[in-house]
Design a protein around this ligand. Structure first.
Ligand code: PLP
Length: 394
């Protein structure tokens, strides 16, 4: 069937190259926990999980049990971690699908222990990672309340503390002050873990920013002081975009600029011209006539709209690529359609490919360009691309 022409191309080669490059930034005994939440940042879990497994990824992370079950069905030989928090009642399914939970509430641990015992698991046989709140106040056990959590790893418990996790909330701030404070709190937590006679394998800390800036060296050092190995969790960088460091109007840290040059965007978003029309001075374009022609113009109709994830506020203030040139969006972006001005671009015909994110000729539009124009971040641009758009591996 010929489908509506709006699609995403995923370069699995770029994904695997990015993975290998990021792996090279970490020491040999550290692992990458590749972040595949929210349908692999809009890149398709179905395409990306097997591609990363083939590239050598041993650990994958998703947000929910549902995503975990999908990832498990796609990849059998890898560890799959559910990092978004498990809801009591999910323990049995987690165990059944061989998923590793990140937990921080006693109730979550109780639920897992019950599920593990019910499946006949012996002492210390179900690995779990405990998250510590080192300053983000979003999730994780507080350093003060950690004792109650660690009590769940008594020798007769079926649970085994395999990893200690925390999330750095400002790894993209060049001065590193917040990260330093978080690492101090993490160290206090690790001292408690040791005092409780527990020896986890992994210190599970750090995102793309930590990996690219070199902050991962501190994580690795802290891990080795406690006889642990570092597990670092890149998301955005895996998909070929480097986080932008704060303050954004200052030069980016040198290490980050150097590493960014090795990353290659994985996703290209395309659509097609499905119609052309000529309009006259005085004609208006789109809902509420926010664009009024002042001269004769040639317009191209595209089959992409805000329901596909093209931000509606880009109307009259962003351009897309056709025939290797920038064509401004005119009028409002509609739910399923957008109109661009091709007056200055000769020979545009129906069926011409239009690039929304990606390169065409010598021009490139990045997820950052969309984010800057829409007043958001590339993470949101990528994850807002609608699931109704087909992803194809190329
Ligand atoms: C999403 C996420 C990451 C990845 O962050 P990036 O900035 O995309 O690299 C790492 N850790 C946790 C807990 C996350 O939720």
């Amino acid at each position: 069937m010929k489908t509506r022409p709006c699609w995403i191309e995923i370069r699995t080669r770029a994904l695997s190259d990015n993975f290998h490059f990021l792996k090279s930034l970490a020491p040999a005994d550290a692992e990458l926990l590749v972040i595949l939440k929210s349908d692999a940042y809009g890149h398709s879990l179905e395409i990306c999980a097997p591609a990363l497994a083939a590239a050598g990824a041993k650990w994958m992370a998703v947000t929910s049990l549902e995503e975990g079950i999908t990832a498990r069905a796609l990849c059998s030989g890898v560890r799959v971690m559910v990092i978004g928090g498990v809801v009591p009642g999910q323990g049995t399914e987690l165990v059944k699908h061989d998923l590793t939970a990140v937990v921080w509430e006693p109730a979550q641990l109780d639920d897992l222990a019950v599920a593990a015992r019910a499946t006949g698991l012996g002492p210390a046989s179900l690995p779990v990672h405990v998250e510590i709140d080192t300053g983000m106040s979003r999730q994780g056990a507080s350093v003060e309340g950690l004792g109650a959590v660690l009590g769940h790893f008594a020798p007769d418990s079926p649970l085994r503390l395999e990893g200690v996790m925390t999330h750095l909330y400002a790894a993209d701030e060049s001065n590193g002050v917040a990260t330093h404070a978080q690492m101090e709190r993490l160290q206090q937590a690790l001292a408690q873990v040791e005092a409780a006679g527990l020896y986890p394998d992994w210190l599970n800390v750090g995102n793309s920013a930590a990996l690219l800036s070199g902050a991962n060296q501190d994580i690795v050092a802290l891990a080795s002081r406690h006889g642990m190995k570092a597990m670092i969790r890149p998301g955005l960088a895996l998909y070929g975009l480097a986080p932008r460091f704060e303050p954004a109007d200052e030069a980016q840290p040198e290490k980050v600029t150097a590493s960014s040059a090795h990353l290659e965007p994985v996703l290209t978003w395309k659509t097609e011209v499905i119609g052309l029309r000529d309009i006259n001075p005085g004609d208006v374009v789109g809902y509420n006539g926010t664009f009024v022609a002042t001269e004769p113009m040639r317009l191209a109709l595209l089959t992409v709209g805000y329901a596909d994830g093209l931000f509606r506020n880009l109307g009259n203030r962003f351009s897309l690529l056709v025939r290797g040139q920038r064509a401004p969006i005119v009028g409002r972006v509609s739910m399923d359609h957008t109109v661009i001005d091709v007056t200055e671009i000769s020979d545009v015909v129906e069926g011409d490919e239009v690039v929304i994110i990606g390169s065409q000729g010598n021009e490139t539009i990045t997820a950052y360009d969309h984010a800057d124009a829409a007043g958001t971040i590339p993470w949101e641009v990528l994850t807002r691309i609608s699931s109704r758009i087909q992803r194809v591996a190329v």
